[in-house]
Design a protein around this ligand. Structure first.
Ligand SMILES: *Cc1c(COP(=O)(O)O)cnc(C)c1O
Ligand code: SF4
Length: 392
């Protein structure tokens, strides 16, 4: 390889790198939004009502590839395309591999089923004793309260459930069996409210649910899984955080995949949640070509700490039907942890887990630091590969 090619390659790499960390456009720079009133723009209902669903709308913002055009046509029904105008402003119109774009725009590869892929790889439906509840670990349950989300992620593990099917609007009767189940099972001390995205529900409905769960005396720990601070940060309103405060302590797990998602607007939403006393953690899905390089993950976890979000989990992308193009080898995840642990603040290092297919729960996977173990003696290596012996 001649020197000039090498230099060109490095230049392209640098350009790609700079693009991937670029900050969003102002919405008024996008022709179809240039006349939108700022108050409307910041109204979460407006954002939801104006989500992009069609090829025609999206092609006014970015030039679609043939794979995307096919993907959008096929993605009807469950997990259809729904992109909030806010999320559209984060897309780099020049880069077909933009991480923001790939998470939101369907491609034809999504409709190819590959070996080992399943509809419900975590067997959540099997571990569901009553509707909307998954009970896998003895002391904690997962409550799926809605199938709606701010935006539909193309890599979604719950694509079998998510995407605005018909909902029974009688909220009380819908969750009565789940609440009764938690009430009658005194071992349950931790309730994780997820979906879909619980924050797509109206404040009153969320409050109703929190009241119901908080009235159960053996439930100590309450958490909500959401992606709304990332895909629809306008949803985090004063009214919502003041309501959540009343049911404190509530912990939040927020789905973040890339540093480009951390816009000024997203930071405002996270600040409001932190200031209302909700501890924030992140959950990240390892995605090929999006965040599978150690430097990208490092940037993400560092930026998360700056907005007071503690990196909690990195998930291996579950073997859900139609997600093969997103899946990395397990070694990519182990390599990321190897490059984080010891090399940066411990608070910045999440746990990399594989959710055991068939319902095994989250299994931590990481570099091996114990080289050998004999009676009273551990041989260990540190993050630099130096060897140490610990005697018991
Ligand atoms: C992830 C998950 C939980 C919570 O697990 P933690 O490791 O405590 O965060 C609980 N139930 C189910 C079914 C889950 O998938
Ligand atoms: S926000 Fe979560 S539940 Fe909704 S589509 Fe994305 S990954 Fe799936």
């Amino acid at each position: 390889m001649s020197n000039s090619i090498l230099v060109d390659n490095q230049k392209t790499q640098l350009e790609i790198h700079l693009r991937r960390i670029q900050r969003p456009r102002d919405y008024q720079q996008i022709c179809i939004y240039k006349d939108v009133n700022p108050l409307e723009w910041d109204d979460w209902h407006w954002q939801l009502q104006h989500r992009i669903h069609t090829r025609e709308e999206l092609s006014k913002i970015i030039k679609l590839t043939p794979e995307e055009e096919k993907g959008i046509e096929k993605a009807k029904g469950r997990l259809f395309m729904a992109i909030t105008p806010y999320w559209a402003t984060l897309i780099d119109p020049e880069d077909a591999n933009c991480p923001i774009r790939r998470q939101a725009v369907p491609v034809s590869a999504e409709f190819v089923a590959s070996a080992h892929e399943m509809i419900d790889p975590l067997a959540e439906d099997r571990d569901s004793p009553v509707p909307h509840l998954v009970h896998r670990y003895p002391d904690r349950v997962l409550l799926l309260v809605t199938d709606h989300c701010g935006m539909y992620c193309r890599h979604c593990t719950r694509r079998r459930l998510v995407g605005e099917g018909e909902q029974d609007n009688n909220f009380v009767s819908r969750f009565e069996p789940a609440i009764e189940y938690i009430k009658s099972n005194r071992k349950i001390r931790d309730v994780l409210i997820s979906g879909g995205d619980p924050f797509t529900l109206e404040d009153e409905i969320i409050e109703n649910l929190l009241q119901g769960i908080r009235s159960i005396s053996h439930v100590e720990f309450l958490r909500i899984g959401t992606r709304v601070p990332v895909t629809l940060p306008q949803r985090i309103t004063e009214k919502l955080v003041n309501m959540l405060k009343k049911y404190s302590p509530i912990w939040l797990s927020i789905h973040f995949n890339h540093s480009k998602e951390i816009s000024k607007r997203c930071k405002i939403a996270c600040d409001m949640l932190s200031e209302a006393g909700l501890p924030l953690g992140s959950q990240t899905v390892l995605l090929k070509g999006i965040n599978d390089r150690p430097y990208l993950m490092k940037r993400l976890v560092h930026e998360l700490l700056q907005i007071r979000v503690r990196p909690y989990y990195i998930y291996q992308c579950d073997p859900v039907k139609g997600t093969q193009h997103f899946r990395t080898p397990v070694s990519a995840g182990i390599n990321i942890i190897e490059k984080l642990r010891g090399h940066t603040s411990g608070y910045a290092v999440p746990t990399y887990v594989i959710d055991g297919p068939g319902g095994g729960g989250k299994i931590p996977v990481g570099p091996n630091y114990v080289l050998s173990q004999a009676k009273g003696k551990y041989v260990l290596r540190n993050y630099k590969g130096k060897i140490y012996t610990y005697l018991e």
